[in-house]
Design a protein around this ligand. Structure first.
Ligand SMILES: [Mg+2]
Length: 261
């Protein structure tokens, strides 16, 4: 793709694009600065539902990127499926608890109470290290009692410097299998995240956006959900562009920005 004169918003994944386990990727901070200097808005779009908003802002601040109000997480997307006053079993981390609480729901966190009792309107699932048999049981009982099942993302793994660890999608899969219910999944590449991004960037059309990410099945597919361009970086989970349908390919974010502004 030649220079995108119409480009107004870049949707930027975090892991594999800005950093690897919070170790900055060469040139990424400068690339964000160059986008902004060219009048292009950057929204950081991540399937991480574990970190709170403040933690995401602080992590970006540490690599020199001001991002308050510009981070969109799968936890925020999940909370759009919750209504004020609902009773919600949150099987997830701090970020998910924060967003569902922020929505005005009554939140029960299974690993913070002695026993989970009563009916629920929804079970919301994301990555958390406390997941165990008792939490699976509580989720099963709640869904059998009529609660909606909502997952922040369907990612099977999460990258770390020591190799992948099970992601929120693997926890969700266990709950789906036990309940026999397919969850509404809200993060990339699914529609709730696309709706959330569109609501945060009103007036900007899909042809004026580009999603930059390192994973074709989430970031590339999310670009398709939105109907926008896809910029593939080779600095994360994908090391070769062979056979991949991307509009722009770069070794890293800096190489993508070289091509679009
Ligand atoms: Mg990524």
């Amino acid at each position: 793709m030649s220079k995108m004169n119409s480009l107004k918003t870049v949707l930027c994944d975090l892991d594999g694009v800005i950093w690897l386990a919070h170790e900055p990727i060469d040139g990424s901070t400068d690339a964000i600065r160059r986008l902004r200097e060219n009048g292009i808005r950057v929204l950081f779009v991540t399937n991480n539902s574990f970190s709170t908003r403040a933690q995401q802002h602080a992590a970006l601040e540490r690599v020199g990127i001001a991002a308050e109000g510009h981070v969109v997480t799968s936890a925020m997307a999940a909370s759009t499926h919750i209504s004020q006053g609902e009773r919600v079993l949150v099987c997830g981390g701090e970020g998910l608890i924060e967003e569902v609480t922020h929505r005005g729901a009554e939140v029960v966190v299974p690993y913070r109470v002695d026993s989970v009792v009563g009916d629920f309107d929804a079970v919301v699932v994301g990555f958390h290290r406390e997941f165990n048999f008792d939490i699976l049981s509580a989720a099963l009982t709640a869904v059998r009692g009529g609660a909606r099942l909502i997952g922040s993302n369907s990612d099977p793994t999460y990258p770390t410097p020591h190799g992948p660890i099970p992601g929120g999608g693997s926890i969700l899969a266990a709950i789906e299998h036990a309940t026999g219910v397919k969850a509404i999944v809200t993060g990339k590449p699914h529609q709730p995240m696309a709706d959330l991004v569109a609501s945060l960037d009103p007036g900007v059309g899909a042809h004026e956006m580009m999603m930059v990410g390192d994973v074709v099945s989430t970031d590339g597919a999310f670009a398709r959900t939105l109907g926008c361009a896809f910029g593939l970086v080779l600095s994360g989970m994908t090391s070769s562009p062979e056979g991949i349908d991307a509009d722009v390919v770069g070794a890293n974010l800096a190489a993508i920005v070289d091509q679009v502004v």
